[in-house]
Design a protein around this ligand. Structure first.
Ligand code: CU
Length: 519
């Protein structure tokens, strides 16, 4: 049964051409409230539940998974260095919402519905990092080999930043995140008190996710590849939806005042990358990357975002009273070329005293490539499995192969990501924030013949929008992408992986053991 829209056309959730855009106001996720305080520190309990969610006002409801019954989950707000703890609870049904490929990581026979929460971008002890094998089933009835604790502790010893929490369970991260398990986690930096950035109702998070639906409004995720693999269900080499949700609504609109706004933009899609642009091509100011505020704002007209990347921008609507401005995605045209719309229709509620500052953060930590303690050459490539499906790999190893990346506390490391595949991979390293040094093109054809890295050009500086602290980097095909980082605390068992979730699950993820220095 399809709802009739005012044009008389039927709205069919499976056909994006029939779905009218800018019908729903953008929802702003509620802020999570602590349940109590333990030793003076806020303690939260957040339960994952199966819920009914409306992606569009003309859609029937869709069954999704949400944190605390919300999709996206509630926003957790903390101050830098403020300790909090969270008991993440699994209250999900025993049957998974989406098709599970039992050929991946199933040797130990874990339950279909397993979850574990990773706080993406956080400096956190490993037992609270959401290790993929620290999964737990409903009510902690079963737990994975790396499970250590029910209550996670976050010390927030890092710059203020827009982080996000999402599911990270081994072999099914793509399904759990697509089912709805993602939310914002904002760390406020004391520096922000002195800066007159737009705040309160003028500071808005935007979580961008692509989605596909069946005609009945249920979430669609393919059961098999095209052409089909002999195992069913089968993991996909990628997934791209045919609609765009922002904060859980399809192509929403946001009514704004003619003034400056701060937007914290996150690409929480499984595979899809976006390049954001304002409809009239107008410039805006980027103020932060994944890891926090930049030294000074960067003026941009286009903002690329790979999966898991965050960027904060200030958009000034003051000269655009009455206008409707579309936020576009120039990587695509048609339906996928539209993200949402800003309608400058609200009256100004008082003078806009916010500013785009000249300077924001002074960079305390200077990392010098020439003084690195360790340089690692790490190849991104692919093989085929017994069913002729691609298996994406990091340095020719699979997830369960013995750990090879063992950074030492106190060391500065350079990782050179040699992408010998034909497409970009957003590589995420847990625990730390890094800086991008450069990308150097090399002869991919020659490499595929004899394994030799023949550089074909000079190093290319990171793009303007990538010149801050990062935890996810676009490793371009045919390039060696170098990042530099320092390991300062928290020895233990972490991971690094591609953030295309279909790659991460099969099998582009590796353990990373952070170790104490030998005395
Ligand atoms: Cu990848």
């Amino acid at each position: 049964m399809h709802t009739k829209y005012k044009t008389g056309k039927k709205v069919d959730p499976s056909n994006p051409d029939t779905i009218p855009k800018f019908e729903d106001e953008l929802p702003i996720p509620a802020v999570a409230k602590p349940r109590t305080a333990i030793k003076g520190n806020p303690y939260y309990e957040i339960s994952m539940k199966q819920i009914q969610h409306r992606y569009h006002r003309l859609f029937p409801t869709t069954t999704v998974w949400g944190y605390d019954g919300m999709h996206p989950g509630p926003t957790i707000k903390v101050r830098k260095n403020e300790k909090i703890s969270v008991c993440w609870k699994n209250k999900l049904p025993r049957k998974h919402l989406l098709p599970i490929d039992r050929t991946l990581h199933e040797s130990a026979g874990p339950p279909d519905v397993r979850t574990v929460v990773h706080l993406h971008g956080a400096n956190v002890a490993w037992e609270s990092d959401g290790h993929p094998e620290a999964w737990f089933s409903r009510d902690f009835a079963e737990t994975g080999a790396a499970f250590r604790r029910k209550v996670y502790e976050y010390t927030n010893r890092q710059m203020g930043a827009t982080l996000w929490y999402h599911d990270h369970a081994i072999g099914i991260t793509r399904l759990n995140v697509y089912a709805g398990l993602a939310g914002f986690y904002l760390i406020e930096d004391p520096v922000e008190k002195q800066l007159k950035l737009p705040k309160g109702p003028y500071d808005i998070p935007l979580m961008i996710q692509d989605r596909s639906f069946r005609s009945d409004g249920s979430l669609f995720y393919p059961e098999n590849t095209t052409p089909p693999a002999p195992v069913n269900p089968s993991v996909q080499p990628f997934f791209i939806g045919n609609t765009i949700a922002v904060n859980g609504k399809l192509w929403p609109k946001l009514s704004v005042e003619p003034r400056k706004y701060r937007f914290r933009i996150l690409n929480a899609s499984n595979t899809n990358a976006y390049t954001l642009r304002l409809g009239d091509g107008r410039a805006f100011h980027q103020i932060a990357t994944d890891g926090g505020l930049l030294e000074k704002p960067a003026e941009l007209t286009a903002l690329p975002l790979e999966p898991a990347e965050r960027s904060e921008v200030i958009i000034d609507f003051s000269k655009h009273k009455g206008k409707k401005i579309i936020l576009q995605n120039t990587n695509d045209d048609g339906n996928m070329g539209v993200i949402m719309r800003f309608d400058v229709v609200l009256p100004l509620k008082g003078r806009d005293s916010s500013e785009i500052p000249d300077k924001m953060m002074s960079d305390e930590l200077i990392l010098d490539e020439n003084k690195a303690d360790k340089t690692r050459l790490l190849k991104l490539d692919a093989i085929q499995d017994e069913y002729n499906r691609p298996v994406l790999l990091l340095d020719d190893r699979m997830w369960h192969d013995p750990v090879t990346e063992k950074p030492v506390i106190g060391d500065t490391e350079v990782w050179k990501l040699i992408n010998v595949t034909n497409f970009p991979h957003p590589i995420h390293i847990h625990l730390i924030q890094f800086k991008i040094l450069h990308r150097i093109p090399f002869d991919l054809e020659r490499f595929n013949q004899d394994g030799h890295i023949q550089y074909t050009g000079p190093p290319i500086e990171p793009e303007i929008h990538e010149r801050g602290w990062k935890d996810t980097v676009k490793a371009e095909p045919g390039m060696v992408t170098s990042v530099i980082m320092q390991f300062t605390e928290n020895p233990g068992e972490y991971v690094w992986h591609c953030h295309i979730l279909e790659h991460e699950d099969y099998d582009m993820m590796r353990p990373m053991r952070v170790v104490e220095k030998d005395c």
